[in-house]
Design a protein around this ligand. Sequence first.
Ligand SMILES: CC(C)(COP(=O)(O)OP(=O)(O)OC[C@H]1O[C@@H](n2cnc3c(N)ncnc32)[C@H](O)[C@@H]1OP(=O)(O)O)[C@@H](O)C(=O)NCCC(=O)NCCS
Length: 186
Amino acid sequence: MTVKFGEPTSIVVPTVVTDRLILRCWRPGDIDPYAAMNADDETMRHLNGTFDRAATARLVDHLIGMWVLRGHGMWAVEDKATGEFLGRAGTYYADGWPGVEVAVSIRRDRWREGLGTEAIRAALDFGFTMLGVGELVTVTDQGNTGMNGIARKLGMVFRDVATVGPWKDNNVYAITRAEWETRTNG
Ligand SMILES: CC(C)(COP(=O)(O)OP(=O)(O)OC[C@H]1O[C@@H](n2cnc3c(N)ncnc32)[C@H](O)[C@@H]1OP(=O)(O)O)[C@@H](O)C(=O)NCCC(=O)NCCS
C-alpha cells in the first residue's frame, strides 16, 4: 500500500495578551491540567458533564483543527504572571450553532477574579477585528450564573432561549459589531 500525504498545512494561531492572561495555541503540556478541569463535576456542571483525559486530548485536537478549517477557534488560557494553565477561551462555531460563539472555561480555584470576563472581552475584540461577522453570540445554560453574568457585563443582549439544536433550552445572547464598537470606543 502506498500512502500519499497531502501538502502539509501550516497555521498561525495568533497569541492575544490581555492584562492578566495570555491566550495562545495549545501545547502538549496543557492536556493534563485541562483534563483535570474536564474531570471536575462543578466545572462541568453546565457543560454536559465530565470526561476523561483521552477525550480531553481529542477535544484539543478538535479545537486546534478549527483554526485550520475556519481561521478562528479556542485558545489555551495561560496566567501571564506565572505561566500556569488556566483554561480555554475564544470563538467557536459548529453546525447548528446560532452564530459564531464566544466561550470560556476557567480553572475553578481562579473563579470570581474577573478572568472569564477578561477572556471573553478579548474573544469579542478578536472576533470583530479578525472575522467578517456582524454579530457574536454566546449560548449558556440558564442556571450558569457565571456565564450569564459575563454576557450581561459585556453588553451582550439576551435574545431568547434556544428551542432546537444542540443548545436547546439554553440562553442565547448576542452583540452586534456596532454595539461592540460603541461600547469599546465610547
Ligand atoms: C463561567 C465562568 C467562565 C466564569 O468565570 P469567572 O472568571 O469566575 O467570571 P468573572 O469573575 O469574570 O465573573 C463575571 C460575573 O459573573 C458573575 N458570576 C461569576 N461567577 C458567579 C457565581 N459563582 N455566582 C454568582 N455570580 C457569578 C458575577 O456577576 C461576575 O461579576 P462580578 O465579579 O462583578 O460580581 C467560570 O465559572 C467557569 O469556567 N465555569 C465552568 C465552565 C463554563 O460553564 N463556561 C461557560 C460556558 S462556555
